[in-house]
Design a protein around this ligand. Structure first.
Ligand code: HEM
Length: 260
């Protein structure tokens, strides 16, 4: 017979102690440590990050409306949102880190438990995307680090103004706001930078065509009909993000925007 004291159950014969009450933190650690918990967090995080990528791309399309539209939008995000900006940045960073760490841990655990992979009965493209999730994820992660160093911190490259080179972050428009428009032009007019962004968009596309359906599958949407729909949703979302971002980079690179 087991005896209970202070929330613990002690087995009469031995050392086993089974906690009957768990603190919130213990529960969270156990949840994240389980495969199901980690999969749910990876899926929710992935959907959150994909939504961010859609809204970020839609906002950046303002480049086609000219300098004032893009700079007003960037000013709104960075100055008018106040503390919300830092909340969003912190949330995004947290979601990103959890997504990466838990996804890689799931991959390592699966590889350790099952060194020979399952035959996957999907399409050839889906198989390639599924098998390269860690690789495309790492490429996208490295791209984000580069992208932050490039446009957020201005460490990578400089803009030319009145014959001299100045930091991206010192560019100002006629209203004294950060001139994000000129910064993006300076960035993508440089061939190696444009090429790097284009390559990263392909990696993001391949990551999303498997990642989005896989996230919905985690929530149990696995019937043949729903699988067809969510596979289509994956291709549509990934395709829209690819098209929008490639359009921005290519249009600047080829001089379709910014030359009057
Ligand atoms: C190729 C198309 C892209 C363009 C033109 C672009 C443009 C920009 C610009 C201009 C900024 C700096 C905003 C500012 O200083 O006001 C920025 C920041 C950022 N971008 Fe992108 N971006 C692109 C793709 C992406 C992708 C694919 C991701 C991730 C999936 C991403 C994630 C971020 C993040 C996390 C920030 C930092 C936001 C912050 O400062 O709070 N970007 N981007």
């Amino acid at each position: 017979m087991a005896t209970a004291s202070a929330g613990k159950v002690r087995h009469p014969k031995g050392r086993a102690i089974i906690p009957t009450e768990q603190s919130g933190l213990t529960w969270l650690t156990a949840f994240l440590d389980s495969s199901v918990g980690a999969k749910v967090v990876v899926a929710l995080g992935g959907i959150g990050l994909a939504l961010f990528a859609i809204f970020h791309m839609l906002g950046n399309l303002k480049i086609f409306q000219g300098p004032d539209a893009l700079n007003t939008y960037a000013f709104f995000l960075k100055h008018d949102l106040g503390a919300l900006l830092w909340l969003a940045r912190g949330g995004l960073l947290g979601i990103f880190l959890l997504h990466v760490v838990l996804a890689l841990r799931l991959k390592w655990r699966t590889a350790a438990a099952r060194p020979v992979g399952y035959a996957y009965p999907g399409h050839v493209q889906a198989r390639v995307a599924a098998r390269t999730m860690a690789l495309t994820g790492i490429v996208v992660g490295l791209f984000i680090l580069f992208h932050l160093a490039h446009f957020t911190f201005g460490w990578v490259h400089q803009a030319e103004q009145d014959g001299r080179l100045i930091s991206y972050l010192d560019l100002r428009d006629a209203h004294g706001r950060h001139d994000v428009y000129t910064m993006v032009l300076a960035g993508f007019r440089t061939t190696w930078i444009a090429a790097l962004y284009l390559l990263a968009q392909v990696a993001l596309f391949v990551h999303l065509i498997h990642g989005i359906p896989s996230a919905f599958q985690t929530f149990g949407l696995q019937s043949r009909r729903t699988m067809e729909i969510i596979r289509g949703l994956g291709w549509l979302t990934a395709g829209v993000i690819l098209l929008g971002n490639v359009l921005i980079v290519t249009a600047v690179w080829l001089g379709w925007v910014g030359t009057s």
